[in-house]
Each structure stands twice: as structure tokens, then as C-alpha cells.
Design a protein around this ligand. Structure first.
Ligand code: UD1
Length: 359
């Protein structure tokens, strides 16, 4: 079995890491293609280094661009690779432009496609990720679902016969790296080792960054939380640009500390020791739950409804006062991870089995 993994954006590298180990244990010949969607050292290389993922065999170096241009270049690049190599299965991850480009190029060449993190739905079609998810699920041959809710969505769309519940590969990654993250010096670097509570915040969703009103609401919310506990905010390059476009600056006495994007181990350590996580990222909502840290999600809906049902997460939208009141409610609340939701941390092994069975 020769599998080609297609990745390109930060959250995909964390999903690839456990699969790269599981594929090798299952005797799968594994090639890694990086589309180049994320290219900054802090958005890409650092994850390959820290998570000990083999260097990509191929890098399309597509870089930034409009959705159409970026996806089209990837589609063309992946097709060329598939035409020149013998690949039995293409594996795509999550919901980015790299995911849909990889899936579409492969299915048109009749190469079976396995979709890791299938079946997620926000039911918000204004999100580029929602379109990528729906389209990828419908063209893929094997749908690997991280939750039972995802299985239900796939079944509702007539895709049950291609779907498998595997649990979430991001849980595999958290469990594997939790001990290693103890060696991170991030708390010392930020001067907060042993210093009581702080909140970790991230913001990068287009729905928040590309609307001045929403972005002001979210950043205003962080400022309000900062009045209670210090907020550490590793900032995505696009968010930094959007903040400067609307000329937003945190007040001089605000306790919101902007820092550069973090590597995986530093982020894991900072998240695990936080009193509260404020985010619009799908991945961090789950990591908060796995690490049993309460979370406030600065979105109107979430694909990860299990985190809400378990009381670990609260939706605050992009309104500063709502973010503040949700943070007040969540600080100090107890969170306990229930394996019924995202599996037992062996998703990569189960996915490797599904891929081997494609033969
Ligand atoms: C993409 C995914 C999103 C995922 C996110 C994780 C899509 C549609 N969206 O969004 O689902 O949660 O990755 O970060 O695929 N940039 C840099 N350096 C980089 C990468 C990006 O400066 O290494 C800046 C550029 O200005 C670029 C912008 O960020 O134009 C957007 O990057 P892009 O990869 O298109 O989307 P993300 O916003 O990161």
C-alpha cells in the first residue's frame, strides 16, 4: 500500500504526526506532500521538527492567494504528482483549501481518497472550511470520523456506508506530546512560571478577522478578560495584518500580551497550565477539553458540539460583553474529559487499518 498524505496548513501537521507513525507501523509506504499553503517557519517547519514528522517529500510552494487561485494551483500541482507516481490512496486532513484540492485531484484520477476528520459541520456556509468539508466528504471514498456526531452528519447526507468512527487524531497527538511539552520553557520565557492564573487566546477565523465589527468585538472581549487575569495571545500572521488594517491597538494598561505564533509543544504547555482558553480555533477547543481546561469559543456556532454538551466550552460569539461574561462563568469551572466523545487516543491506528483494508 502506497499512501500519499496531502497537508499544507498548521492544524494538518498535528494530525499527520500520529498517522505518520501508525502508517509506518502498518507497513504502508508513505509519501508526504506539502502544498506550501503555510510557509512561515513558525506556521510550518517548527511542527515538522517538534513532532518529528519526516520532511515532506514534495513541496508545491503554492503560498498565499485568493481561494480560487490558491486552490487551483494546488489542484494542478497534486495532479502532476499523482500522474507521475504510483499511489494507491490519497489521505487528506480536515477542511482547508489543501484538503479539497488534494481530494479533488485524486478522485478525478480514480485514486481512492481517505478523509481524516470527516463529517464535521458548522451549518454555516459562509465559512470556507464548511464548503471544503462538504465537498471533500462527498468525493472521498473512506470517511474517518472523529466523533459520533460527525458519523450522524455523514449518515444524514447518505454517506454512512463509507464512514468509520475512529476517534480524533488530535487526541493521539496531545497524549503523545503531553509529557514532552513539560520540557517547554515557555512559562519561564513569558515570566509566568508558578504565577497563578492566566488565559490563553487565539483568533484567526476569517469570519472574525475579515469583519471589522467582529474583530473589534473579539479583541475588546480579550481586553475585558485581561482586566481580570493576564491574557497571552499568540497571533496568527493574518490576524496581525487585519488588526493593523482596522488600526486596533490594545490600551496601554490592558493586560493582553501579544506574542509570536507558538510551536506545538509551547502551545500545549501554555494551554495545559492556563486557567481559561479563549479561541475561535476548532483544534484548540478540543485541546482545551482534552487538557481539562475550560474554554470560551468566540464564534456563533461550533462543529465540536460535544465540548459544549460536556460543559467544557461556551459559545460567546464576537461580542465583547458576552465574551467577558462567559469567561467569568468558566474561570474556575471543573472540566473532565469523557472518552465517549473523541475516542481513546488510538485514532491513528484505526485509520491505518482502514487504509490497509483499501487494498
Ligand atoms: C487556513 C485554513 C483554516 C485553518 C488555518 C490554520 C483554509 C480555507 N483555511 O486559514 O481552516 O484553521 O489555516 O491557520 O484553508 N500567512 C502568512 N504566513 C503563513 C501562512 C499564512 O503570513 O505561513 C498569512 C498570509 O497573509 C495569507 C493569510 O495568512 O494570505 C491566510 O493564510 P491561508 O493559509 O490562506 O489561510 P489561514 O487563514 O491560515
Amino acid at each position: 500500500m502506497r499512501a500519499l498524505s496531502i497537508v499544507g496548513a498548521r492544524p494538518q501537521f498535528m494530525k499527520l504526526a500520529p498517522l505518520s507513525r501508525a502508517f509506518s507501523a502498518a507497513g504502508i509506504t508513505h509519501t508526504i506532500l506539502h502544498t506550501g499553503q503555510h510557509y512561515d517557519h513558525s506556521m510550518s517547519d517548527v511542527f515538522f521538527d517538534e513532532l518529528k514528522i519526516p520532511r515532506p517529500d514534495i513541496n508545491l510552494a503554492v503560498g498565499s492567494g485568493s481561494h480560487g487561485a490558491q486552490t487551483a494551483q494546488m489542484l494542478e500541482g497534486v495532479e502532476k504528482v499523482l500522474l507521475s507516481q504510483n499511489i494507491d490512496c490519497v489521505v487528506v486532513y480536515g477542511d482547508t483549501n489543501s484538503t479539497i484540492a488534494g481530494a479533488l485531484a485524486a478522485v478525478k484520477l480514480h485514486t481512492p481518497v481517505a478523509h481524516v476528520e470527516a463529517g464535521l459541520r458548522s451549518f454555516n456556509r459562509a465559512m470556507p472550511e464548511e464548503i471544503n468539508r462538504i465537498a471533500t466528504d462527498h468525493v472521498s471514498d473512506v470517511l474517518l470520523a472523529p466523533t459520533h456526531t460527525a458519523m450522524k452528519h455523514l449518515s444524514n447526507e447518505g454517506l454512512a456506508s463509507r464512514s468509520h468512527f475512529t476517534g480524533d487524531v488530535m487526541l493521539d497527538t496531545v497524549l503523545f506530546n503531553r509529557k514532552l511539552a513539560d520540557s517547554s520553557r515557555i512559562l519561564d520565557k513569558l515570566g509566568i512560571a508558578g504565577q497563578g492564573g492566566y488565559a490563553l487566546a487565539t483568533v484567526h477565523r476569517a469570519e472574525n478577522t475579515d469583519s471589522a465589527e467582529r474583530l473589534k468585538g473579539v479583541l475588546g472581549g480579550l481586553e475585558k478578560v485581561g482586566a481580570r487575569i493576564p491574557v497571552f495571545f499568540p497571533i496568527h500572521p493574518r490576524t496581525r495584518k487585519c488588526m493593523s488594517d482596522i488600526q486596533f491597538e490594545f490600551g496601554a494598561d490592558s493586560n493582553v500580551n501579544l506574542i509570536d505564533p507558538l510551536g506545538y509543544l509551547d502551545l500545549l504547555e501554555l494551554a495545559a497550565s492556563a486557567q481559561l482558553i479563549l479561541t475561535d480555533s476548532g483544534g484548540l477547543q478540543k485541546e482545551a477539553y482534552f487538557l481539562e481546561v475550560p474554554c470560551v469559543t468566540m464564534r456563533d456556532e461550533t462543529e465540536w458540539t460535544e465540548t459544549i454538551e460536556s460543559g467544557a466550552n461556551k459559545l460567546a460569539g464576537a461580542i465583547a460583553e458576552k465574551i467577558e461574561s462567559c469567561a467569568d462563568e468558566m474561570i474556575g469551572s471543573k472540566v473532565a474529559y469523557d472518552p465517549v466523545h473523541f475516542g481513546a487516543g488510538n485514532a491513528a491506528e484505526l485509520i491505518a487499518e482502514c487504509v490497509v483494508n483499501l487494498q
